[in-house]
Design a protein. Structure first.
Length: 574
């Protein structure tokens, strides 16, 4: 029995920890904490919860992911990918339902890690990942149009098409000043990296390169909105304080009441959260590995993510996962151990306790601008367009996943994606198994399952057929085998030799097909002889009674013995 694959990187990181490493982690943690602040607020509000819940998630989940995760540099917290699913769960089940669904997702993530499925998650087809990531980006953008332009609408429809029809219908309610703040924020954030690289800035104010554009936009636009309100009499720019009551008090830990009916009703959303969290966190960890030259532990990472998603809702937070942008910020600023992630959580905690009331002055249009940039970064439009040149099957999966995500919801898109992933896997794996008929003689070159002599070939006796299976004998292979046999000549043989020297394993479907083929052959008076069965496959056949079904003498180690046995059977029947 294999032991639990749970080896947090924090344990190994602190063994040879020193002052130099701590200094680098400290600087990285401070910067990442500042970067995470506007994103946590924006993700919280866009998800349909209060802004402090976004920060609490970044604190609690970020701390848990750094302490228990399988990556040295992963930074966890709320992400844009969860916005759509969280908003949908709250609309349908309320905040209590989201809390239960997040707890369940945490349990599912832990189970994935305990069952060592971390590496399997990463093999979900790339078109599916691109499809629903691009779909999420489009959906996030569509949810921010109202706040970005300061439109006056009683309620924004949840349906994608209805939402855009409502925007068109209410286009006359756009507030000019809010639109200036929102669009100005998008332009500033997008242009900030280029501005900080200008010679006059990079030479004298290089420190500005460390400050995220989203934070600069929030500070500048908040000050601008306050000045317009105080000295210009502009009161139409909606702020966080106009919509939410801000609290800087840490919530008590509360475990929600769990009932069987509630759990059954939230299995679908919980699975969606778990799968999306697993994909995004492992993708982030894999990208980080390529930069720092390390290898994360996928199973430990999933367990760490699970613990984070159990802790986060207990303290009033929302689902969390590894965040690629914040993880890369951590790496680029020198972070090399989970200590940087812990410091990032501490920085956010201090901001939450002492500066949170100031968040009430942030314009909603500015936060919408931050999320528009996040959506643009998530869209991966270059990858999307590039994949349209791929085979039709990949393009079909890509487009269907994308459309399902924006027209219906992420739960349906992920369920469809997982089903398609399984079907594609089955199809491609079945194509790896080749079955061929050998008619007159067998070429001895490269044959490893026979006793070599001075012969260059082996002649197949009359009334004997030889079939060779090259690859795993499982679903699909049996049907292909039957098709090959149906096309093999018009005469009925007395012996069928099945060469299995290149069959690495056989599953229950393969066993069932092989048994049926043997029984049907026996009914026709045809003897089956197996050749070159390896030790692993042979053990499976013995456990399932094939020696009794075929006769021990008809299961041969190599083709020489199989052909000799076939000649013996043919001669005996004369």
């Amino acid at each position: 029995m294999r032991t639990l694959d749970f080896k947090p990187k924090m344990v190994s990181a602190i063994r040879n920890y020193n002052k130099k490493t701590f200094t680098a982690d400290l600087m990285a943690g401070l910067i990442v904490g500042i970067v995470a602040l506007p994103l946590a607020i924006a993700f919280g509000i866009a998800s349909g919860v209060s802004p402090e819940k976004g920060i609490i998630t970044a604190i609690v989940a970020g701390l848990a992911i750094s302490l228990f995760g399988g990556s040295k540099v992963q930074i966890g917290g709320p992400t844009g990918a969860f916005i759509v699913i969280i908003y949908g769960i709250i609309q349908q089940y309320g905040m209590q339902g989201l809390t239960v669904a997040t707890l369940m997702a945490g349990v599912f993530l832990i189970l994935l890690g305990v069952l060592r499925l971390g590496t399997i998650i990463k093999y979900i087809p790339y078109p599916i990942v691109v499809g629903f990531t691009s779909g999420i980006a489009v959906t996030i953008f569509s949810t921010q149009v109202k706040d970005l332009l300061g439109m006056t609408m009683e309620q924004v429809p949840s349906d994608f098409i209805e939402k855009w029809l409502a925007y068109i219908y209410n286009i006359g309610t756009v507030d000019l000043w809010s639109a200036v703040i929102g669009i100005g924020s998008v332009i500033l954030i997008g242009a900030w990296p280029s501005l900080t690289k200008l010679p006059v800035v990079s030479s004298k104010l290089s420190v500005l390169q460390k400050i995220p554009g989203s934070l600069v936009a929030i500070i500048l636009m908040t000050v601008t909105a306050l000045l317009l309100k105080t000295y210009g009499g502009i009161t139409t720019i909606e702020t966080i304080g106009d919509r939410f009551s801000i609290s800087s008090q840490l919530p008590d830990a509360v475990v929600p009441e769990l009932t069987w009916e509630t759990i059954k009703g939230l299995v679908g959303p919980a699975v969606t959260i778990a799968v999306l969290g697993a994909i995004e966190s492992l993708l982030s960890a894999t990208v980080a590995d390529g930069v720092i030259g390390d290898h994360h532990n996928s199973n430990t990472e999933l367990i760490g993510q699970g613990l984070a998603n159990i802790a986060s809702p207990i303290f009033g937070g929302i689902p969390a996962t590894g965040a690629i942008a914040r993880t890369m910020t951590n790496i680029n600023n020198g972070g090399r151990t989970p200590v940087a992630g812990i410091i990032h959580a501490v920085v956010l905690l201090l901001i939450f306790l002492f500066l949170m009331p100031l968040a009430q002055y942030i314009p909603m249009a500015c936060l919408a601008g931050v999320l528009v940039i996040v959506a643009y970064g998530m869209s991966g439009w270059r990858s999307f367009l590039a994949m349209l040149r791929n085979p039709k099957s990949d393009v079909t999966v890509l487009v269907l996943t994308f459309l399902l995500t924006i027209i219906f919801d992420l739960t349906i898109a992920i369920e469809f994606g997982l089903v398609i992933a399984c079907l594609l896997f089955m199809r491609r794996m079945s194509e790896t198994t080749d079955v061929k008929a050998i008619y007159d003689e067998i070429d001895l070159n490269a044959d490893a399952d026979m006793e070599r002599g001075n012969l260059e070939h082996l002649t197949i006796p009359e009334k004997v057929e030889v079939y060779e299976i090259n690859g795993p004998y499982f679903f699909g292979a049996g049907n292909r085998f039957e098709d090959i046999m149906a096309r093999y000549g018009g005469r009925r043989p007395e012996v069928r030799i099945i060469r299995m020297r290149k069959v690495p394993f056989i599953d229950s479907t393969g066993l069932h097909n092989l048994e049926n083929m043997c029984l049907m052959s026996q009914q026709e008076g045809i003897t089956i002889v197996l050749s070159g069965v390896n030790e692993k496959v042979g053990a499976v056949l013995r456990r399932n009674g094939f020696p009794k079904l075929l006769g021990e003498e008809n299961i041969c180690n190599h083709i020489d013995l199989a052909l000799a046995r076939a000649r013996e059977i043919v001669e005996t029947s004369r």
